[in-house]
Write a protein that binds this ligand. Structure first.
Ligand code: NAP
Length: 262
């Protein structure tokens, strides 16, 4: 029988828990060790030093601390994490990649699964979360066949490659500015007394992101503020142009965007 692939997961929230639950469906293929306070798991970071792949699934703001601890263990213990592919799932990437480079972690592959729900924590995690979702990997990191097969064949996601700067700008447009808009849209609407009587599915879908994980939303806006702000300037100009168009011009705008989205 072939040797199992050794997996470490740090943080069993929505994302880490979903990775664990999915890989646990293939016990002949994967042996999993998890580091988790909330789930009282026995392992510590040091116990992951000989794993093939380690997923860091903590809040974004903790990833650099964990990378620093890994680098420290590497320097203290011969061979620790020497062959381990270390990857993360955080929603912004440049700050983390810069830290990994600064620490000399050559086997670090920045990653970001484009999947989630409004919920958080292990109890909300489920094995199908990443089914058919995109999973971004750093295009400038070393390619690793075991990680790529795990993501595509066993997790069921589709890998897209982007460098970390392009990634952070792109997710500002597709995920982080939409989060900010969702929050502000809800806030402005709630200030109008009659709002509650008129809420329908359109408003609900436009404000879904505002109902998500507050700690994660705070980190996202804080850590990708520059890209979100730059985009907001374009957004304001586009909105002004859109709202000053009439009749045929307005119809053309609506049609162009609808065609592009299809
Ligand atoms: P979550 O459900 O709140 O889980 C985060 C987990 O991190 C916690 O359950 C906890 O696990 C662990 N944790 C908390 N504080 C920690 C600390 N100080 N050090 C180490 N671990 C700590 O959040 P999530 O949605 O899984 O998000 C995790 C990461 O995925 C974030 O970096 C986020 O940006 C990224 N992400 C989230 C989504 C999404 O839509 N939710 C999508 C893509 C990427 P234990 O109690 O088990 O230790």
């Amino acid at each position: 029988m072939a040797e199992k692939i050794k997996i470490g997961i740090i943080g069993l929230g929505l994302i880490g828990g979903s990775i664990e639950k999915r890989l646990a469906l293939k016990p002949d293929l994967y042996e999993i060790k998890t580091v988790s306070k909330s789930q009282n798991r026995d392992f510590q970071l040091v116990d992951l030093k000989n794993e093939d792949i380690v997923f860091i699934c903590s809040p974004q703001s903790e990833v650099n601390k964990i990378l620093t601890e890994i680098a420290l263990l590497q320097s203290k213990q011969e061979g620790a994490f020497a062959k381990t592919i270390i990857t993360d799932v955080a929603s912004t990437k440049k700050r983390i990649k810069d830290k990994a480079d600064q620490l000399g972690l050559k086997n670090f592959v920045a990653g970001h699964p484009m999947a989630g729900t409004e919920k958080q924590g292990y109890e909300s995690s489920f094995p199908e979360l990443f089914e058919a979702a995109k999973w971004i990997l750093d295009s400038e990191a070393p390619r690793n066949i075991i990680l790529e097969k795990l993501i595509t064949e066993d997790i069921g996601a589709k890998i897209e490659y982007l460098d970390v700067e392009t990634h952070d700008k792109a997710v500002a447009a597709t995920s982080h500015l939409p989060l900010a808009l969702s929050v502000v849209l809800a806030k402005v609407a709630m200030n109008l007394p009659a709002t509650k009587k008129t809420i329908g599915p359109g408003f609900k879908s436009m404000t879904r992101l505002a109902q998500g994980n507050i700690a994660m939303g705070t980190e996202i806006i804080d850590l990708n503020r520059k890209n979100i702000n730059e985009l907001w300037q374009d957004y304001k100009a586009e909105m002004d142009a859109f709202l000053s168009a009439y009749g045929d011009d307005l119809e053309r705008e609506l049609k162009v965007v609808k065609d592009k989205l299809e």
